[in-house]
Design a protein around this ligand. Structure first.
Ligand code: HEM
Ligand code: HEM
Length: 224
């Protein structure tokens, strides 16, 4: 029987966990409502048009989710400066040689299903961090294009801050196309992300999956 000393590490603080699940719920709501805005259902009704306000409700849910998504994202940016060492921004882009080695190792695990020793990282592995960084850039792009379009419908300061995006990108039509295309990035990201966290939970045996709920990971101690 293999015996080992396991140490538990408090990796994801409450703000990171709350951010993660609020973000996941917002993405779900924004993808469903966004898809419906792009391809509206042809609902037939004999009643007065003003009684059937379903498309308005879909847009309303999209915009409410968008504001929650935006401020939640701003909160995570702030936490990248003041949070613990696993939440810090410097984790998201590799800058050391051993991190490049870890990316190659993770690719071997994920694509070739090879067995390797335990990973050095306790927080996100280097490859995962980098994909999260790319997703943060996509969040930013989606907020800029979304609020850019919304600026035509609201005089509030937040959308107006992004009013310059629409003329810069060649008008409403082009912005909507890019905004739509980025939705598919989130759908693909989510499918691959959920698969990989389940897979890593199994191959690493460190409690990766539950770490985003309770905050703890369980790491085998090196023998001295
Ligand atoms: C992950 C985040 C988001 C996703 C997946 C998403 C998705 C979509 C999609 C697919 C459309 C329809 C585009 C089309 O085909 O015509 C849309 C429309 C729109 N979205 Fe988003 N969106 C997101 C975030 C945001 C944010 C942060 C805002 C900011 C207010 C926003 C504002 C808008 C506006 C104003 C429209 C046009 C509505 C209309 O003309 O009726 N979206 N969104
Ligand atoms: C059932 C759905 C989901 C599960 C079970 C899940 C699980 C997890 C877990 C366990 C981690 C930490 C992995 C690690 O330690 O490296 C994580 C991180 C992350 N997930 Fe998810 N996730 C889900 C949905 C989503 C969705 C829909 C998105 C956005 C499109 C998302 C974006 C992220 C991001 C950005 C991080 C990094 C968090 C940070 O450092 O701030 N997740 N997820």
């Amino acid at each position: 029987m293999h015996t080992a000393t396991i140490r538990r590490y408090y990796v994801w603080q409450m703000p990171v966990r709350v951010y993660h699940w609020v973000n996941a719920l917002c993405i779900l709501s924004l993808c469903i409502t966004g898809y419906l805005i792009g391809s509206p259902l042809a609902i037939q009704s004999g009643s007065e048009a003003s009684f059937g306000y379903w498309f308005g409700t879909v847009r309303f849910i999209h915009f409410v989710s968008a504001f929650v998504f935006f401020f939640n994202f701003v909160g995570r940016i702030y936490w990248g400066f003041v949070g613990n060492k696993y939440a810090q921004w410097k984790n998201f882009i590799w800058h050391r040689k051993e991190q490049v080695k870890e990316i190659v190792d993770v690719l071997k695990v994920d694509i070739l299903q090879a067995k390797i020793g335990p990973l050095k990282s306790i927080g996100h592995n280097t490859l995962a961090s980098f994909t999260y960084f790319l997703s943060f850039l996509a969040f930013l792009f989606q907020c800029m294009t979304g609020f850019g379009m919304y600026a035509a419908m609201s005089h509030a300061w937040l959308p107006q801050m992004f009013a310059w995006v629409v003329p810069l990108m060649g008008g409403d039509f082009a912005v909507r196309q890019w905004h739509h295309l980025t939705m598919w990035f989130f759908i693909l990201f989510s499918i691959v992300h959920v698969y990989l966290v389940f897979y890593h939970d199994y191959v690493e045996g460190r409690g990766v999956l539950s770490s985003m709920v309770g905050g703890w990971k369980f790491i085998e101690e090196e023998k001295k």
